[in-house]
Design a protein around this ligand. Sequence first.
Ligand SMILES: [Zn+2]
Length: 295
Amino acid sequence: MMSKILKFLYPLRRDGSSGIPHLAPVEGLDLFMPLSHTFPPFYRTNCLVLGDPGEKCILVDPSPLNRKVFRALLKSLRSLNRTFNEIFITHHHLDHHHLAPALAGLLKVPLSMSRITAEQLLKRHGHSYFRDVEVVQASEGDIITRCNHSDVRVLEVPGHDAGQLALAPDSMEWFLAGDLIQSIGTVVVGGELGDMAEYYRSLERIIQLDPQWVIPSHGNPMKSTSHVKKTLNHRKQREKQILQLYSKGYSPEQMVEIIYRGTNKRLWPLALENIKAHIKAASTSGVSGTEHSLV
Ligand SMILES: [Zn+2]
């Protein structure tokens, strides 16, 4: 189903027999969609390859579901005939770095990420997680390569996750937004590292930068920031609804049943986090909270 939609929108191709969908939505970008540890309806995390010939070639968020998908992704990557220089991890959630250290070891390249992401990965997966792989810290304003003759910079975009980083060329031809936005459904902000107020600010930053394409980690690249604007409005409306129910005495659990009635029940625990984040933010600052990926 997803392949049919993508074929309609973009010149979709499957490389050799790897079976992994591959798009080239913008000049200079290759986007693979391997199966990953993510939530329905996507089941896949976008893995981006960027960098002009002669510049550093960066691989973003390779996170194959298992060894079989790992091998298929490797086959797809090798079909590009590129020499990879670095693996960039947008944030610490499992569906963005699973097996990335193994891939970095195989390709003999460093992993780059924010300081917070590195700390979280070590905390959650143990001090041997990076093994012999070099880890490079990436921060706001760093230039990591050039794409279509424009410097590609790191942007710090907390909200969904405290250490999340985005990438965009100075030309603003595109903006790699990671989990700040997705093409279908709602990003859920919650947990100890989510923050709704920061999430709002990060979305507003994308809108202000006004890129031609917004590339999410799950789903299709989106033309213009119209979907980002729609998402921001949706979140603010949802917050209003939650606070109204809260003022009438409904518990967060009861709110999940009311608000997310038509949503896959697998996602209800995330929805509950989201609701609690809205309530917490409203009770501490008057506005806001945190998100993760409820779709
Ligand atoms: Zn995430």
